[in-house]
Design a binder for this molecule. Structure first.
Ligand code: PLP
Length: 396
């Protein structure tokens, strides 16, 4: 058996393979340079163009682009009217942005545990957490797999709740044959570099509601409006008014041009991600100690991340030891995520260990493996070889 790199053996790879990475080509660079040579750097024609293309791609009526996915969630929570005293159902198995957005508005995040198979919020556990104060649900499409939106909608309608879907991982993913992005009241996507497409930083909310759309437009630019129908007074053509406390959350024209260019390639990116996942699944399903991602029948994921779960009971190692051994083989592993309520900030707010046992169990056993469209066959093989090498060393 080959000696593990962490014990002084040779690593599977010479150079480090990161877990995720943007794919930028000459078209993208030209699109950005053209804007830099033009008249608009901040809000110009590409912002609306990007919004229109995103809306049309996901099949929604409106899109509002902002400076990042977290700002997009904040904007959606604002438009939903979340304020002090309101409770919002959220998933713990995610980045802190969705629960943080509730806090920004003065609301209280209520964590509902995940389904142990899909790692998405467990739809069957939501109703027991609904109270008179519950105003909205923010489900996360973990790793790109959509939540069961029809089931979610039944609960939301029954209790008069707004659904803000955190689809940061899921641009290009499908639910029941349709692109994610039009079924929830508002749907947020992120364009961070590791996401399905990138604008460096960037985010968007899609919606079919004109009311939410207008509220979001104002929110992303200080709460300012020039809409003659709602101005209190009109002093002249220059005139605008601030009606709410909004933010400067605008996306630039430079970034929007990159987004427009990236969006033309999304289907290729996703096709490549699906091929890699198919290969990983085929190889890792042969490894008894590894649980590969489960995909529900209604989903066709775009696979933002590839997360394996270790059967630690079959291994003489902790997740930390396996993680460090893979890193030493030069495989860029990661962990998505520490359950949000276990962050010290949330603990200070009063949340404590034990509230979502499935999420905590998953956190102890999960590892994210490299997945991005420009991976070569050798990269994929290196990941498979490294996982098999490390697992067989620690096999009981
Ligand atoms: C599920 C989820 N929601 C929201 C965000 C926030 O997106 P951004 O980094 O663009 O602010 C992220 C980012 O990693 C995420 O993974």
């Amino acid at each position: 058996m080959d000696k593990l790199a962490i014990m002084g053996g040779s690593p599977i790879r010479e150079n480090y393979l990161s877990y995720g990475k943007q794919t930028i080509d000459q078209d993208d660079i030209q699109a950005v340079v053209a804007v830099l040579r033009g008249d608009y750097l901040t809000t110009g024609p590409f912002v609306k163009e990007f919004e229109d293309r995103i809306a049309s791609y996901v099949g929604a009526k409106y899109a509002v682009a902002v400076s990042n996915g977290t700002a997009a969630l904040h904007m959606a929570c604002f438009a939903a009217g979340i304020q002090e005293g309101d409770e919002v159902i959220v998933s713990p198995m995610t980045f802190a942005a969705s629960a943080n957005a509730v806090l920004y508005c003065g609301g209280t995040p209520v964590f509902v545990d995940i389904d142990p198979k899909t790692y998405n919020i467990d739809v069957n556990k939501i109703e027991e957490k609904i109270t008179d104060k519950t105003k909205a649900i923010i489900p996360v499409d973990f790793s790109g797999q959509s939540v069961d939106m029809d089931e979610m909608r039944k609960i939301a309608d029954k209790h008069n709740l707004i659904i803000i879907e955190d689809a940061a991982h899921a641009l290009g993913s499908e639910y029941k044959g349709k692109k994610v992005g039009s079924k929830a009241d508002m749907v947020e996507f992120s364009f961070h570099p590791v996401k399905p497409i990138t604008t460096a930083e960037g985010g968007v909310v899609t919606t079919n509601s004109e009311d939410f759309y207008k509220k979001m437009l104002r929110f992303r630019t200080h709460g300012i409006t020039r809409d003659k129908d709602i101005l209190n007074e009109i002093h002249g053509p220059w005139y605008y008014e601030q009606h709410e406390l909004g933010y400067n959350y605008r996306l630039t024209d430079v970034q929007s041009a990159l987004g427009v260019s990236q969006l033309t390639k999304i289907e290729d990116f996703i096709c490549k991600r699906r091929e890699i996942v198919k290969y990983y699944n085929k190889e890792f399903n042969k490894v008894e100690e590894v649980i590969t991602p489960f995909e529900a029948e209604f989903s066709n994921s775009g696979w933002h991340i590839y997360v394996i779960k270790l059967k630690l009971e079959l291994l003489n190692a902790t997740r930390k030891e396996i993680f460090e051994a893979l890193q030493a083989e030069n495989i860029g592993v990661n962990v998505h995520y520490l359950p949000v309520y276990l962050h010290p900030y949330y603990k200070k707010l009063g949340y404590s260990k034990g509230i979502c046992p499935n999420s905590e169990e998953l956190y102890d056993k999960m590892i994210t493996l490299p997945l991005f469209p420009s991976m070569t066959k050798k990269d994929m093989d290196d990941v498979v070889k490294a996982v098999k090498k490390v697992i067989s060393y620690y096999r009981k």
